[in-house]
Design a protein around this ligand. Structure first.
Ligand SMILES: Cc1cc2nc3c(=O)[nH]c(=O)nc-3n(C[C@H](O)[C@H](O)[C@H](O)COP(=O)(O)O)c2cc1C
Length: 386
C-alpha cells in the first residue's frame, strides 16, 4: 500500500455546502446537549452538532432536565447552550456547528420553541451565523416546516425554516427512500439517509445503509449524507463510493475523550460486539440499545404491548415502556448504578469500535485511512480487459 505522508484533502459537495474541512457530521445525540463534543468536533474540521431533545420536558423527567441542563424553558435552555458553544469556538474562524431538532408529531411544541430559539439567537448575536450553519431535523415529517408547505401537499404549516433562517443549511434525516422524496419536496438542502443499524432512533422496518444510501442517491436529486454504521476511513470511503457527499456518525463519537457521555456508556460501546444491540420501542419510535438487563426489560414490554414494532408497523409506547426509559436514563446519570441497570443507546457499529481516542486523533485517522483506500483501490482491484 502506498502510504500518504501528509493528510491530503478529500473534497466533496459537503465542503461547498457546509464549509467544514472534512465531510463528516458529529450526530445529534440526546439526552445530553453534546456541547463539549460539538466544540471538539467543530474545532477539528467536522460539523459539530448540539442535541436539543433532552431540553424538552417529557423526554427525560423535568427533574432530570434540571439536573442535566439547569432550570429553564426549552427555548432558553437551547439559547444558553448555543451561546456557550459560540463563546467556545469563536476564536476559530473555520469552526462550524449545527443543531439537531426532532420534529416528531408528539414533539411539535418543543420543536417550534427550538426553531424560535435559533431565530432569536441570530437576531441577538448576528455574528453567530458565521459558525452556526446547519439545522438537522429528524424523527418526523419535514413538509410542514417548508416554505409554502400547503402548496407542497402538507396539511399543516409550522415555522417555514428557510424563510426565517435564510442562510441556514437545512438537513433532514430520512430512514426510507419514501421519506427522502418527501424531504426533497420540502426542499431541504441535504438528505441524511439513516440506515437501521444506527444507534438510538431507527426506522420502523429494516433498511440497512448499504441498501438505503445508494437507493436514496439514485432516487432523489438532493445531495445525500449516509448515517448508520459508519466509524472509520474504510466506511467513509464506502459511503463516498455509494454516492454520498459525506457521513454522519453517532456511536463512534460517543466513545471519544471529549464526548459528554458517561464513562460507563463509552466503555460499554467499546466492549460490545456487533451482535450485542437490540431494537425496542423508545422515544418517538423504535430505538436501538446495547443489549443489557435494562434494555431487555424494555424489549419484554415492547413484545407485550407494542409488538407491531416487530411486524414493521408503527405503534405507541405504553406507560411501562416510558417509565423504564426514565429509569434507564436516570440510572445512567447516577454513579451508583451499573451499566446493566442503565439504558445505553448505541448502533451495531459498536462491534467495530475498540478505543476511546481524542476527537482530533479520530478524525485524522479516518481521513488518512479513507484517502489511502481511495488512492490504493486500483492496486488490489484489477479491472481486466474482456
Ligand atoms: C445515544 C444516541 C442518541 C441519539 N439521539 C438522537 C437525537 O436526539 N436526535 C436524532 O435525530 N438522532 C439521534 N440519534 C441518532 C444519531 O443522530 C445518528 O443518526 C446515529 O447515531 C447514526 O448511526 P451510528 O450510531 O451507527 O453512527 C442518537 C444516536 C445515539 C447513539
Amino acid at each position: 500500500m502506498v502510504l500518504i505522508d501528509r493528510i491530503k484533502m478529500i473534497r466533496t459537495k459537503f465542503h461547498e455546502i457546509i464549509g467544514t474541512k472534512y465531510p463528516i457530521i458529529q450526530a445529534g445525540m440526546g439526552p445530553f446537549s453534546t456541547n463539549e463534543l460539538c466544540v471538539a468536533s467543530a474545532r477539528n474540521g467536522v460539523l459539530g452538532v448540539i442535541s436539543s431533545v433532552g431540553m424538552a420536558p417529557g423526554v427525560v423527567t423535568p427533574k432530570e432536565v434540571e439536573r442535566v441542563f439547569g432550570k429553564g424553558e426549552p427555548k432558553e435552555l437551547l439559547k444558553d447552550v448555543l451561546y456557550w458553544t459560540y463563546e467556545n469556538i469563536k476564536d476559530d474562524p473555520q469552526a462550524r456547528f449545527g443543531v439537531n431538532i426532532p420534529v416528531s408529531h408528539d414533539f411539535i411544541s418543543p420543536s417550534k420553541e427550538f426553531i424560535n430559539a435559533i431565530i432569536e439567537v441570530f437576531e441577538e448575536k448576528p455574528n453567530i451565523k458565521n459558525y452556526l450553519k446547519v439545522i438537522i431535523t429528524s424523527a418526523g415529517d419535514p413538509l410542514p416546516w417548508a416554505v409554502n408547505a400547503e402548496s407542497k401537499g402538507s396539511n399543516t404549516s409550522y415555522i417555514p425554516i428557510k424563510e426565517n433562517l435564510q442562510d441556514i443549511v437545512w438537513c433532514h434525516v430520512c430512514p426510507s427512500v419514501r421519506g427522502a422524496k418527501r424531504a426533497e419536496r420540502a426542499d431541504v438542502d441535504i438528505i441524511i439517509a439513516s440506515g437501521r443499524e444506527g444507534g438510538a432512533h431507527c426506522a420502523w422496518s429494516d433498511n440497512s445503509s448499504l441498501v438505503l444510501l445508494p437507493e436514496t442517491v439514485k432516487q432523489v436529486r438532493k445531495p445525500v449524507i449516509g448515517t448508520g454504521g459508519f466509524s472509520d476511513g474504510r466506511s467513509l470511503a464506502a459511503a463516498l463510493a455509494l454516492g454520498a457527499i459525506g457521513i454522519q456518525m453517532g456511536t463512534r463519537f460517543i466513545a471519544t475523550k471529549e464526548s459528554d457521555f458517561q464513562k460507563k456508556w463509552k466503555e460499554n460501546i467499546v466492549k460490545s460486539k456487533e451482535t450485542e444491540t437490540i431494537v425496542g420501542r423508545g422515544i418517538f419510535g423504535p430505538m436501538r440499545f446495547i443489549r443489557n438487563e435494562m434494555s431487555l426489560k424494555v424489549i419484554d414490554e415492547t413484545l407485550k404491548h407494542s409488538s407491531d414494532l416487530y411486524r414493521g408497523l408503527p405503534c405507541y409506547a405504553n406507560g411501562e415502556i416510558k417509565a423504564l426509559e426514565f429509569e434507564g436514563f436516570k440510572n445512567l446519570i447516577d454513579k451508583t448504578k451499573s451499566a446493566e441497570e442503565s439504558l445505553i443507546l448505541g448502533g451495531v457499529v459498536c462491534g467495530r469500535i475498540n478505543s476511546i481516542p481524542h476527537v482530533k486523533e479520530l478524525i485524522e485517522s479516518i481521513m488518512k485511512e479513507a484517502e489511502e483506500i481511495i488512492i490504493n483501490m486500483q492496486k488490489h482491484v484489477n479491472i481486466l480487459p474482456d
